[in-house]
Design a protein. Sequence first.
Length: 165
Amino acid sequence: MTNTDNKLSQSEEETRNFLLSLSLFDSFNVNELTLLARHMSFIHLQRGEFLFLEGEKGDFLGFVVQGVLEVLKKSETGENIVIARLAKGSSIGEMALIDKSPRSATVVSRQPTTMLTLTSKGFDKLLEKSPSTGVKIIQKISRLLSLNMRRTSSKLADLLQLYPI
């Protein structure tokens, strides 16, 4: 796509404007953001509604536009433990675009929440139209996953100090 003058729908324009506010996409040009916006969609969750359940097939990546999500992980006793709270600008489900494995946690809305999503199918279409944009997205997702892994490793080390194996 070389021309950004192509008329965007209101939803696509809102999507592009939101993407502009995320540091994840700060190296993307207007054409890339326009193309990405055309492959994403908004979803709305009510308080207490599940975005997805642990073990379900992962087929989309999402960004919190408004609201709060809680990420829950089942303990060995079967109890759901809150492992993260996600607010505006946070991403969830990055691994779904990479490995298409089952969801590793459950995510529930703690207040009315609006999400912006990119499905695996939408990502594949975007990749066909602009492989370079797809590669940039994968690079950004890889960095996010790496940061998350580093954070998790640090938390694990702290816990192991408190509760040695």
